[in-house]
Design a protein around this ligand. Structure first.
Ligand code: FE2
Ligand code: FE2
Length: 256
């Protein structure tokens, strides 16, 4: 149909587009960042002036999104577990297994945190994102291990009985080969002093996800308390090099 022949259609489409671009939340307008929209296969961003013109009585959201669980003024890591991470089961199962296998508290913490990149942020390169988030708050052994599990999980280590996961063959195809940057990361990691800590993340990673496993975050609160340097002002408000990542997770639809 010729759009010009039917201005109603054009206007309806514009309304629909606007609706997809933003959410009106009372007096505030919540917008989607470009990255969010890329996940739907489009590269687009709102025009601030156009949205304001269409909603002259509303300001953009510059803080908490009321559609998401409220965060306390001084959020802790546990608050992010409870209010921002989409799934705890895999993390808790891995940490529970590490505990059962008698590993050190550092290894247990690394297992507990190894996939927070996936649970709260983004899948692509999740080991790097997750490590960066926790780096200012944990022993470097823990963040190093979280970063490097991104690469190690693709490479077997017979000395600890770790084989290439069948789940990866099922998920990515038998012919999937890790990219050169992953191979280089693995080669660098092999002789590193913390190699085994990262390897133990892979060993205790649960590749067959059991949604009914009995796990409890409370079992790890003490270990987090002992090994995660919770900032006094709250994660996100402590001016650390990764504070902005925690704030973004807290306020993902903030306009700027
Ligand atoms: Fe992972
Ligand atoms: Fe994992």
């Amino acid at each position: 149909m010729n759009e010009h022949a039917n201005p109603q259609t054009l206007s309806a489409r514009a309304d629909e587009l606007e609706e997809r671009m933003m959410h009106a939340l009372g007096e505030r307008i919540a917008t989607k960042s470009v990255l969010f929209r890329m996940a739907d296969g489009e590269i687009a961003m709102e025009s601030g002036p156009a949205l304001r013109a269409a909603n002259p009585d509303k300001y953009f959201l510059m803080g908490a999104d009321p559609r998401l669980p409220a965060m306390p003024k001084k959020p802790t890591l546990i608050d992010f577990f409870n209010n921002r991470f989409a799934s705890l089961n895999h993390l808790l199962q891995s940490a529970t297994l590490a505990l059962k296998n008698g590993h050190s508290e550092k290894v247990v913490l690394a297992c507990l945190l190894h996939d927070i990149g996936v649970a709260g942020f983004i899948r692509c390169d999740h080991g790097y994102w997750g490590a960066q988030m926790i780096e200012p708050y944990v022993d470097e052994e823990v963040s190093w291990a979280v970063r490097t599990h991104q690469a190690l999980r693709f490479f077997p280590d017979a000395s600890v009985g770790y084989e290439y996961p069948q789940m990866y063959i099922d998920n990515f195809g038998a012919d999937y080969k890790p990219e050169p940057y992953i191979v280089r990361e693995y080669e660098r990691a092999r002789n590193h002093k913390y190699y085994m800590t990262s390897r133990l993340i892979c060993v205790n990673d649960i590749y067959s996800f059991d949604p009914n496993a009995k796990v409890n975050l409370d079992d790890f609160v003490d270990i987090v308390g002992r090994h995660f340097r919770q900032p006094e002002d709250g994660l996100g408000f402590d001016d650390s090099p990764s504070a902005h990542m925690w704030r973004t997770l807290m306020w993902p639809t903030r306009f700027l």
